[in-house]
Write a protein that binds this ligand. Structure first.
Ligand code: FAD
Length: 570
C-alpha cells in the first residue's frame, strides 16, 4: 500500500509536470535502465498495454456526476472541467434560501466523489468556452482571477453543462431579479430576505416603504417557484413574525404565473390543492399575468386576457421561469450544423447529432427520437426476410422486439390503447384474422405511433439516469463492440452496439409548505399532505450522494424542528 502511494505520488508529479519525464529518461539511461520512462507514462496505458482513451467531462452537475460515479472501466483517462468543484443537490436549494438546510449540507466536493475510484480522474476548475469538434479539442478558461486559458484534447467528450436561466429577454430582469439556480443564488436570497426585514425595521422608514420592502415577488409557478414561495411563507410565519413583530403585518408574498394555473406539469388534483392552500396561507397568486418589465423597485405585469398593465412595488424579486441553452453550447450547435435548433440534439444513445465521439446529457441537450414513419419502408424490408413483398405474422413477430427497442413510442402507443402486443395493432387495421400484411397496411397500422414521441423533462432524474446509462455504455464499450446488444440497424447492416437510453419516471414531489407535500408517483398515484412530506424526507435523505451530506441534511432538519431557522445575516 505504501509503495503504491509513493508510486501514485510520483506519477501525479510527472503528470502535473510533464517536462520532468525528460530528466527521468536521462537519469534512467545513465543508470543503465529505460524502464523508468515507461513507468512514468504507464498511467496512460491500460493493463493490456493499450493507450488509454481520454474522456473529457464538462460539468459536475447531476448528469456529469452520475456519469463519473458510475464509470468503472479503468481503461479511460478522465479529465473533468467545471467552474464549480462540487456537486450540488439542487432539489434542496429552495430549503437553503431560508436556512431550513445549510448550503454546505447540500454540496459534495467532486474530488471527494471521485477519489476512491479505480479510474484515473483529474479535475480542473475552469469553464469551457469553445468546443472544436473537428480538432477534438475543448478550450477552457480558469474561473480564478488570472482567467488563464488552456486547451484540452479528447477522444470522447461528455457535455453535461446544464442550462442557464431563461429571462425571455424581459427588460430589467438580469439587473434587478435574483435567480434560484445555483447554491450562490440560494445564499443571496437568504441574505436578501433578512436584509429586507432589517431595513424595514429601521425607525425612519415610512409605512409605504416598509410595505414595498416586505413585498416578496416570485415569478414562475413551476415546481421551483412554488416550492420557494412555500418555504418563504413558512420562514416568515414560523420564525420571522416572532423576531420582527413590529413589521409582520407589512409582509406579502406574491407568486406570478403567465399561464392559468401553477404546477402545470402535475396532476390537476395537485394544482387545485396547491392553489387553494396558497389562498388559505395568504400567498397572493396572480395567474394569467406576464411580467413585462422589472425596474429596481417595481415589477410591471400584463394581464394576458385583458392586456392591462399593472405595477407591483417590491423588496425582493426571484425569477424562476425555466431554462435556456448556454452561449457556449449555442456556438457549438452552429459549428456542427444545428444552428436552427433551440436545444442541442442527440440521438437515442446520447451521441450529439452531426459529430463523432461527443455525447451530451442532462439539461443541455434533448434526445431527437427517430420517428417510425421516417424508417417505415426500411423496417418493412428488414422484417420481410423472404423478400416476398408481404409480411407474415411470424416474420413480423421476429422483428417486434427490435422495433420496440429502437422506437419506444410503439410501446407507449400500445399502452395508451390498452393493447397487449403489436399484433393487436395490425388486427385493428386488418380485422381479427391476420396472416399476411402488405407494406401499405403496415404503414397504416403504425401511422399514429409517432404521436407518442415526447421530450424528457429537464430534471435531475433524467440527467442522473442519462449519466448512469452513458457510464454503463463506456464500461462495456469493447465488449459491445464485439458483441453488439442493441436493436437491428434498420437502415444499415448489423446491430447497434447498445440498447438506446430509456427513461424510467420514478415520480415527482411538490413541497407546499406547512409540512405538506404533493407526490405524484408512477401510475398517476397522487398523494397530498403530511404523509407525503415524510415520504419526501426519506426519499431526499436517501438520494444524497454521500453519508456526509445525508447526515448533515438530516441534522439540519432536526435542528430546524427544535430551534427554528437561523435569521442571522452573514
Ligand atoms: P446542472 O446540474 O445544472 O450541472 C451543470 C454543470 O455544468 C455544473 O457543474 C456547472 O458548473 C457546469 N458548467 C456550466 N457551464 C460550464 C462550462 N462553460 N464549462 C464546463 N462546465 C460548465 N429536478 C428534479 O428532478 N427534482 C427536483 O426536485 C428538482 N428541483 C430543483 C430545484 C431547483 C432550485 C433547481 C434549480 C433545479 C431543480 N431540478 C430538480 C432540476 C435539476 O436540478 C436539473 O434538471 C439538473 O440539475 C440538470 O442536471 P445537469 O447535470 O444537466 O445540469
Amino acid at each position: 500500500m505504501g509503495s503504491l502511494n509513493l508510486y501514485e505520488r510520483f506519477s501525479r508529479t510527472f503528470r502535473e509536470h510533464p517536462s520532468l519525464s525528460k530528466f527521468l529518461v536521462v537519469f534512467a539511461l545513465s543508470g543503465g535502465g529505460v524502464v523508468a520512462y515507461s513507468v512514468a507514462n504507464s498511467e496512460n496505458y491500460d493493463n493490456v498495454g493499450n493507450q488509454k482513451k481520454k474522456v473529457v467531462v464538462l460539468g459536475t452537475g447531476w448528469a456529469g456526476t452520475s456519469f463519473l460515479r458510475n464509470l468503472k472501466n479503468p481503461s479511460y483517462d478522465v479529465q473533468v472541467i467545471s467552474p464549480r468543484n462540487y456537486f450540488a443537490f439542487t432539489p434542496l436549494l429552495p430549503s437553503v434560501t431560508v436556512g431550513t438546510v445549510e448550503a454546505r449540507s447540500v454540496v459534495e466536493p467532486i474530488r471527494n466523489i471521485v477519489k476512491k475510484k479505480k479510474v484515473d480522474v483529474d479535475f480542473c476548475e475552469a469553464e469551457c468556452y469553445k468546443i472544436d469538434a473537428k480538432k477534438k479539442k475543448v478550450y477552457c478558461r480558469s474561473t480564478k482571477n488570472d482567467k488563464e486559458e488552456f486547451v484540452v484534447d479528447y477522444d470522447y467528450l461528455v457535455v453535461a453543462m446544464g442550462a442557464r436561466v431563461n429571462t425571455f429577454n424581459t427588460p430589467g430582469v438580469e439587473e434587478n431579479c435574483l435567480y434560484l439556480k445555483e447554491v450562490e443564488d440560494a445564499q443571496k436570497i437568504r441574505r436578501k430576505v433578512i436584509d429586507c426585514f432589517e431595513k424595514a425595521s429601521l425607525p425612519n422608514v415610512s409605512d409605504d416603504e416598509r410595505k414595498r420592502m416586505l413585498q416578496f415577488v416570485v415569478v414562475g409557478g413551476g415546481p421551483t417557484g412554488v416550492e420557494f414561495a412555500a418555504e418563504l411563507h413558512d420562514f416568515v410565519s414560523e420564525d420571522l413574525v416572532k423576531l420582527y413583530p413590529t413589521v409582520k403585518d407589512f409582509v406579502k408574498i406574491s407568486l406570478l404565473e403567465a399561464t392559468n394555473h401553477i404546477l402545470n406539469m402535475f396532476d390537476k388534483r395537485i394544482t387545485v390543492f396547491a392553489e387553494e392552500k396558497f389562498h388559505r396561507d395568504g400567498i397572493d397568486l396572480k395567474t394569467g399575468s406576464m411580467v413585462v418589465n422589472v425596474s429596481d423597485k417595481e415589477i410591471s405585469t400584463k394581464e394576458i386576457k385583458t392586456g392591462k398593465i399593472s405595477t407591483i412595488p417590491y423588496g425582493m424579486a426571484v425569477w424562476s421561469t425555466g431554462i435556456a441553452t448556454r452561449p457556449v453550447v449555442l456556438d457549438f450547435m452552429k459549428e456542427i450544423g444545428q444552428a436552427n435548433r433551440r436545444v442541442l440534439a442527440t440521438d437515442e444513445w446520447l451521441r450529439v447529432e452531426g459529430t463523432n465521439d461527443i455525447y451530451a446529457l442532462g439539461d443541455c441537450a434533448t434526445i431527437n427520437q427517430r420517428k417510425v414513419m421516417e424508417d417505415i419502408s426500411a423496417i418493412f424490408e428488414k422484417a420481410d426476410k423472404d423478400q416476398s413483398g408481404t409480411l407474415t405474422v411470424k416474420e413480423f413477430q421476429d422483428a417486434v422486439n427490435d422495433i420496440c427497442d429502437r422506437y419506444p413510442q410503439v410501446q407507449l402507443y400500445l399502452k395508451n390503447k390498452n393493447m397487449s402486443s403489436i399484433v393487436d395493432l395490425l388486427k385493428e387495421t386488418k380485422g381479427d384474422v391476420v396472416k399476411e400484411i402488405s407494406v401499405d397496411e403496415f404503414k397504416s397500422a403504425l401511422s399514429q405511433v409517432d404521436s407518442q414521441v415526447k421530450n424528457f423533462p429537464a430534471t435531475a432524474q433524467v440527467a442522473a439516469q442519462q449519466g448512469t446509462y452513458l457510464a454503463d455504455c463506456f464500461n462495456r464499450m469493447d465488449k459491445c463492440e464485439k458483441h453488439p446488444e442493441g436493436p437491428i440497424r434498420f437502415r444499415e447492416s448489423g446491430r447497434h452496439r447498445f440498447r438506446p437510453f430509456r427513461y424510467k419516471h420514478l415520480g415527482q414531489f411538490a413541497p407546499l409548505g406547512g409540512e405538506q407535500t404533493a407526490a405524484q408517483l408512477p401510475g398517476d398515484w397522487v398523494s397530498i399532505g403530511h404523509s407525503s412530506q415524510w415520504l419526501w424526507y426519506s426519499v431526499y435523505a436517501s438520494k444524497q450522494v454521500s453519508w456526509r451530506t445525508r447526515s448533515l441534511v438530516v441534522s439540519d432538519w432536526m435542528r430546524r424542528f427544535i430551534f427554528g431557522r437561523d435569521s442571522s445575516q452573514i
